[in-house]
Design a protein around this ligand. Structure first.
Ligand SMILES: Cc1ncc(COP(=O)(O)O)c(C=O)c1O
Length: 635
């Protein structure tokens, strides 16, 4: 076996660059998760999965590491605290967790709990999210900011909640919303706490850049803000406005875009103050990005700044503008979602098989008896028998051309099935021979670098891309994928990862590699009878809620894990994934009715002697059991 160390694995999967010091490889070659950055304690993912399987929890399993969640909230608040101290900033910072990023009750509950000491709040964008947030809070302890489209019910709910002591700010996104708020406030006699969202002309970058700019979907143009101020002054409600909100998009990849937006936002704040609006807060929205590929670049799965730099810029730019204008500095709110939750969850699943595990016919004897073969296949045999490092390039190109020729000849009826199969078999053999030769070449000649891709295999993993990492499909976002075991061995296969949906789009062909995006994942040859698992990392933000039921693959099993010094870890809760009955129910099928129909059909079958009574009852048992099972691949 070629020499290989765990450091080589850390390097090729780029773990140190995207891992935020939360992931490492131990001496046993297993991937580990740390409860906090660089902690000497860690949980070995492979042992955890083996233990969960002993507890009859089946893969795919979504592991939620609650300590990481706590740590991310703490670290964002710490860097803002430092930035406030360094810049002598005279006001406070507060995080509002936007629950759209991951609304799972246990997740929001944990964030609300951990966040108590930082006076964390929740941001909501719809009526159902508002109700969820209200259910978490028992009054002013967990403040809420309301964005999104608001109808009468939404606004009235906020007003009455405010009346009984909740601290809820309604952010005005449209002028018609403001008219409704004024009307309902008069009707109920309840004064709202208001924010105004401004459409900055500054834009973010990457996939969500259109959330900013003058044609953004939400917010008031500067001219509309003037109208809003006049409307509120006329109604004696101007003192209700406490907050200025902006959001230039999620995953802003470039720090200079953030700075420009901060300057524009702060300028609007000081001008509004001068117009007599008693603002107390600037809410800079979300956008703090995550370095998914570890490239520290402005590529859209990365960011070219750190959280420290972000916090420093926020505090510095706002203070600078306020000081210049001689206006009191506001308290600062950020609605960071992705940066809080992305790291805390990992989906682990098993590899089912590969596209090369199929049994091949044995063409070996024919290699010496070629006279009956077609000339095209004979040429491939010659290459196979003679290839060496000197003829490599030419043979590689000839092989590609000959395999294409074989397919064309077959389609035209000049090649029989046997010869086409033989050509396919020879192609695989030649490519493998070339690979052995290429591996020994240093450096690999440029024209052969692409060759590696023709060695690419497809590994089928037990998951649905559409359910568990939909952004990989929808917007081509990169998520690190790492085998969780055998990282002390060289992964000598290169592969893509296909899911088990019947959709050819359900395949991942872009990966986080040593120096950015790669077209393949280095992976080990799965041994016979080995359970081999891979982990999809940094999937805590948006993926769970955006996931869909393609092919009726449902929610995966989810396990909440906390680190424990004595026992290494503790399973806090297990949330069972959807059963087949549940996913069928989402699309209006009723398990009881299904069973009734099948029973009727079976009775007819028994009556007409197509099936015995024993077979019929076996079928009923089987179907009853199947309806209760997990939607993913079982045994
Ligand atoms: C208004 C608002 N706030 C906060 C966020 C969260 O952004 P992020 O996850 O980038 O922090 C979003 C998401 O786009 C948003 O629309």
């Amino acid at each position: 076996m070629e020499r290989w160390s765990i450091n080589d694995s850390v390097r090729i999967y780029n773990i140190n660059n995207w891992g935020a010091d939360l992931f490492s490889v131990n001496k046993r070659g297993n991937l580990c998760v740390h409860p906090s950055p660089n902690s000497k304690y860690s949980i070995e993912l492979r042992s955890l999965i083996d233990d969960l399987i002993k507890r009859k929890i089946k893969p795919p399993i979504l592991l939620r590491f609650m300590n990481i969640l706590e740590g991310r909230i703490a670290s964002i608040n710490r860097v803002f605290k430092n930035a406030i101290q360094e810049n002598n900033y005279p006001a406070r910072y507060q995080t509002f967790y936007p629950i759209k990023v991951n609304q799972q009750r246990q997740v929001v509950e944990a964030i609300a709990n951990f966040g108590k000491k930082y006076n964390i709040g929740l941001e909501v964008g719809s009526k159902p999210e508002l109700v969820a947030a209200i259910s978490m809070s028992s009054g002013s302890t967990l403040p809420i900011i309301c964005n999104g489209y608001k109808d009468t019910e939404y606004i009235e709910t906020v007003l009455y909640a405010n009346k009984i002591g909740y601290d809820i700010t309604i952010v005005v996104e449209k002028l018609f919303e403001l008219e409704k708020i004024i009307e309902l406030s008069h009707k109920t006699g309840i004064s709202p706490k208001l924010g105004i969202r401004v459409k900055l002309s500054s834009r973010g970058t990457g996939k969500w850049a259109t959330s900013g700019g003058e044609d953004a979907k939400f917010g008031l143009r500067v001219s509309e803000i003037i109208t809003a101020i006049e409307m509120l002054k006329k109604q004696n409600m101007i003192d209700c406005v406490k907050l200025l909100h902006s959001h230039i998009g999620s995953q802003v990849t470039k720090i200079d875009k953030i700075k420009t937006a901060l300057i524009e936002g702060a300028r609007i704040y000081v001008e509004m103050k001068k117009l007599g609006v008693n603002l107390e807060y600037i809410d800079i929205g979300g956008g703090l990005g995550v370095d998914y590929d570890g490239s520290k670049s402005s590529y859209f799965s990365s960011v070219n700044y750190s959280v420290d730099e972000y916090a420093n810029d926020v505090i510095y730019q706002i203070k600078n503008i306020c000081d210049e204008a001689g206006v009191e500095c506001p308290n600062i709110i950020s609605e960071s979602g992705r940066a809080i939750v992305a790291h805390y969850s990992v989906l682990v699943t098993n590899i089912l098989n590969t596209n090369t595990q199929n049994k091949m016919p044995d063409f070996e004897p024919i290699l010496t008896e070629t006279e009956k073969l077609s000339p095209t296949v004979r040429k491939l045999v010659d290459i196979h028998n003679s290839i060496d490092r000197h003829s490599l390039r030419e043979d590689y190109h000839d092989t590609i051309q000959l395999i294409q020729e074989a397919v064309s000849l077959f389609n035209l009826g000049y090649l029989n099935l046997h010869d086409r199969a033989m050509a396919e078999w020879l192609y695989g053999r030649i490519i493998r021979k070339i690979n052995v030769l290429v591996e020994k070449m240093r450096p690999i000649p440029e024209e052969l670098q692409n060759f590696k891709l023709s060695m690419k295999q497809t590994y089928f993993a037990n998951f649905s891309l559409f359910q568990s990492i939909p952004d990989s499909w929808a917007i081509d976002q990169l998520f690190p994928i790492v085998p969780i075991q055998r990282l002390d061995e060289k992964p000598d296969i290169i592969s893509s990862i296909a899911d088990i949906t019947c959709d050819s789009d359900g395949e991942i062909t872009s990966f986080v590699g040593e120096s950015g995006r790669t077209k393949f994942l280095p992976i080990h040859k799965v041994r016979k009878d080995e359970d081999y698992y891979i982990g999809f990392m940094l999937i805590g933000a948006y993926q769970e809620i955006l996931g869909d039921l393609h092919n009726l693959f449902g929610d995966t099993n989810a396990v909440h894990v906390t680190f424990n010094k004595r026992t290494n870890y503790r399973i806090d809760s297990v949330i069972s994934g959807d059963s087949i009955t549940q996913t069928l129910k989402y699309v209006q099928y009723d398990a009881g009715e299904i069973m009734k129909k099948v029973r009727d059909n079976l009775e007819n079958g028994v009556a007409s002697r197509k099936i015995s009574i024993e077979e019929s009852s076996h079928f009923i048992e089987l179907l009853e059991k199947t309806l209760q099972t997990y939607t993913y691949f079982g045994e």
